[in-house]
Design a protein. Sequence first.
Length: 329
Amino acid sequence: MFGKIIGTGSCLPKRRVSNNDLSEFLETNDEWIRERTGIGFRHVLENETPEELAIVAAKNALDAAGMSGEEVDMIVVSTLSSNHMLPSVSCLVQRGIGAEHALCFDLNAACTGFLAAYNTVQAYISMGVIKTGLVIGAEGLSRITEWADRSSCILFGDGAGAAVLREDPSAQFGMIMHADGAKGDALTCEFSYGMENGYPGTVAAVSEEEKRHRTRMQMNGQEVFRFAIRQVPAGIHELLEKEQMEMDSVDWFLLHQANARIIEGAAKRLGAPIEKFPMNLEEYGNTSSASIPILLDEMVREGKIQRGQCLVLAGFGGGLTWGATKVIF
Ligand code: UT7
């Protein structure tokens, strides 16, 4: 047996930054950013933390499901940009929502992370280990963005999204997921704080400049673009074939919100109408593993996604990683 989505939630930081705000300290402009990416705004953390966004998103998802935290058996948080390594964000969410019976861990598959977390919870449900799981994508990318690099910083934003899954005899599940670590240098960020702090005498000193460079996201945009435009449609084709589904039977393709041109290119290659590829990146930019659950929550709350509809969720990004997951809502 698999799990069905019975509630969704999301949370965005209050501070909204426009393209024009960026052009105050960067050589860029609204027209270039909109034309090349489709992005108009992004929300960034001010006094909040990614952990707090995750807790609010989780509470909203539980409210939508009509459940309390006590009924949650498992919490998996996907993140690459939280404030904490210990305790895990999922343990902080557990405390925040009173899910005292839940098993908890975080995972990182970059922008494919929400799918990795969703698939993991489905696996636990299908093994009979749990009945109810909470899947969360929560990011504070503004803390690791290189704000001096106009070719990458214009893309990213912060936010969190969540979904509650409950065991259901009618639930269906299918997935594909891949990685190509050999191309990992296309998008990097190190947690290299430890370099100066290891066992005495074992670590080399690093200049402040080098440290800043390593601890901020560095991206080869064109390489990531080429990868995404090829692998996203290929992954969706692979999923449809594996699940013996027709393209027409999919009501919505919820793609990771990285760049409108990537999403439009994927729709074109798949030969599916662009109207089936909703986007909210104009408002939020790329929020990594939070982008798919934020979009899912918005569409559910707007009544666009209806019970019984077939969704394909598709993620791609750092690693490099990519994947596609079938959801019957
Ligand atoms: O979750 C996955 C995360 N990563 C991605 O999704 C990234 C995928 N890649 C992309 O979205 C695109 O490659 C970018 C939006 C990052 C860049 O767009 P592009 O069409 O590949 O632009 P480009 O890097 O080829 O740059 C074209 C020109 C360059 O000027 P010259 O050399 O032609 O004179 C850049 O210097 O645009 C310039 N440029 C800018 N101009 C104004 C680069 N960034 C900016 C900017 N504003 N922000």
